[in-house]
Design a protein around this ligand. Structure first.
Ligand code: ADA
Length: 552
């Protein structure tokens, strides 16, 4: 998985050409192969802006032996072939998956990824929605050379007991050998070290190792001072180093206390934005430079947090959040699924895979302070509420160190207010209904309190208004930049001055493309509630937000 720092010093990579050959396989395609760089979604290729179907991405490389292929993200069904043989299948655009091929003869090989972005009965999470389900190899691909055993799943969780900071480290050694092997693993986290000496790694099995490592003189991670540390694990076989895994982490602890979310004992005041992975020219395959630019814009407005609506994000973006000091709400993939959709036989397996992969792949990021799921899904029926509870429990089981939440639709009637660690409300006063923002926030919290949320921390997980970039009128009708600036100012003031709220995630950072079935309330086939447009050109609301955030 490509990151902002080397993940391996020992494990070697196999070079792939940055240019892949793309061939559309269904009606409405190009009828001839084109060359494109990967990552790339095909909507950024001339002629394919509205193509729905399958595209084969092909690359050739030289290598052999035992190869591990890592796919950062393929949108949104993937079938992977090595020299014509199927080696992996995956559903879901927003998490990485891998495949191992053993005894590959040395020489030239062809890697083919078939990506498919058509909706269908088998797809419970990617459905027509208020954002676009792009298609293609949207995150980087790596090919690695491995030996008879390798390391995976290096997890680091930090906590503090009586003033002593600890890093609990876990790593798994996987055997690819038909013989038992004698292995040792050396782990380090910041300046602490631990050795798992000479254990038996049974043939074709894996061994998970755990160590609690006390830390001295740590500098904590916070949005204001984002101190990061390195962690690594090195695998030795018969005394020879054969594989390694590196990651970064931060010492910090999230706790809930009454209405407050504490980070290292200090209450958070969240001034955040919802951000889709979507950019005018690049769709969801946002280049690193554009991610950095987004973070600079967020920081310039005084934001200290971002919500990865409505799916897990590129780990490089999360690395940047760790580095620049942006708190992250990351969530599994689901938006506005109705009861029928939640009860699809594909829903649980797909959401579980997404949650497991998200937490395994992103759990070390200190910036992530909360996990979310099921944005605005059906929560007013018993069947819907059951799915919420199942998903929230899954998140808590996979990672007990962070709270779990779900952003609820702007209405009364939820059955799950008592099931979340943090109550999260999406509210749209002055946009979808002419309600005073302060009254509406108060009223919705009071209703939720009376239905199970009493005394829990509250986040306003969405609030905002739309404007078409460049549409001005002193009369400030709806869709003008003037009206949007006016509304978001009142909304932010209402939320951040409320004693009951820990903070806000404005809807939204940038305009984003939506599915065509959503065109009616979405001029330009776009959700226009961004404070910057899809090219990141600021609207008047940009300055309004900056002024408001500075007051709190
Ligand atoms: C919801 C939803 C968002 C978006 C927003 C809007 O709250 O969670 O994805 O659709 O409303 O713009 O109406």
């Amino acid at each position: 998985m490509q990151r902002l720092f080397p993940v391996h010093h020992l494990r070697r990579g196999v070079r792939l050409s940055p240019l892949w050959s793309l061939t559309t396989l269904d009606a409405g395609g190009l009828g001839r192969p084109v060359k494109a760089a990967v990552p790339c979604v095909w909507e950024s290729i001339p002629g394919l802006k509205c193509y729905k179907g399958r595209v084969a991405y092909e690359n050739t490389f030289e290598g052999g032996g035992t190869l591990r292929f890592v796919f950062g993200g393929v949108a949104f069904r993937a079938k992977v072939y090595l020299d014509g043989e199927l080696i992996a299948e995956h559903y879901g655009a927003f998490t990485a998956f891998d495949a191992i091929a053993e005894r590959v003869p040395h020489g030239m090989h062809t890697l083919r990824i078939e990506a498919d972005n058509r909706y269908g009965e088998d797809s419970a999470l990617h459905v027509e929605n208020d954002y676009y389900s792009f298609g293609g190899v949207s995150r980087p691909v790596d090919v690695q050379q491995i030996e008879s055993a390798y390391l995976t799943d290096l997890f680091i969780r930090t906590s503090c007991e009586d003033g002593q900071w600890m890093a609990d480290v876990q790593v798994t050694a996987v055997s690819l050998s038909d013989e038992d092997q004698t292995a040792s693993v050396f782990v380090s986290a910041a300046s602490s070290e631990h050795i798992f000496r000479s254990f038996c790694l049974p043939a074709r099995e894996s061994v998970t190792l755990r160590a609690s490592m006390p830390a001295q003189d740590v500098k904590l991670w916070s949005a204001e001072e984002p101190n990061l540390y390195d962690a690594s694990a090195v695998l030795y076989l018969d005394g020879r180093p054969v594989d390694d895994l590196c990651d970064r982490f931060g010492y910090r602890e999230v706790k809930l206390e009454g209405r407050k979310i504490l980070l290292n004992g200090k209450p958070l005041v969240i001034k955040g934005f919802n951000r889709h992975e979507a950019y005018a020219e690049f769709g969801s395959a946002v280049p690193l430079e554009a991610m950095i630019r987004d973070i600079q814009l967020l920081k310039d407005m005084g934001a200290n947090a971002v919500r990865t609506c409505h799916y897990p994000n590129d780990p490089r973006f999360l690395d940047l959040c760790d580095e620049f000091g942006l708190l992250v709400w990351e969530e599994t993939h689901a938006r506005a699924l109705n009861e029928h959709q939640l009860l699809s036989p594909h829903f649980r397996p797909q959401t579980e895979l997404c949650a497991r992969e998200m937490i395994a792949q992103h759990g070390n990021h200190p910036s992530i302070f909360i996990w979310g799921c099921l944005n605005e899904c059906e929560d007013t029926t018993e069947a819907g509420a059951r799915e919420f509870r199942w998903n929230l429990d899954l998140l808590r089981t996979l990672d007990p160190s962070r709270p779990a939440t779900a952003a609820l639709l702007d209405r009364k009637g939820s059955l799950v207010c008592g099931d979340m660690d943090v109550l999260s409300l999406n509210l749209y006063p002055l946009w979808y209904h002419p309600t005073d923002p302060a009254d509406h926030v108060k009223n919705m919290i009071a209703w939720s309190d009376a239905h199970g949320a009493a005394g829990k921390p509250v986040i306003i997980s969405e609030i905002g208004a739309g404007a078409v970039y460049g549409y001005h009128d002193p009369g400030a009708m709806k869709w003008t930049e003037e009206r949007q600036a006016e509304i978001v100012t009142r909304q932010i003031d209402a939320v951040l001055s409320s004693e009951d709220c820990c903070g806000i995630f404005l809807w939204q950072f940038a305009d984003c493309r939506v599915d065509e079935s959503w065109f009616e309330k979405r001029p330009k086939s776009s959700n226009n509630k961004g404070v910057v447009d899809e090219y990141r050109r600021p609207k008047l609301a940009y300055t309004a937000v900056k002024e408001c955030f500075a007051r709190y």
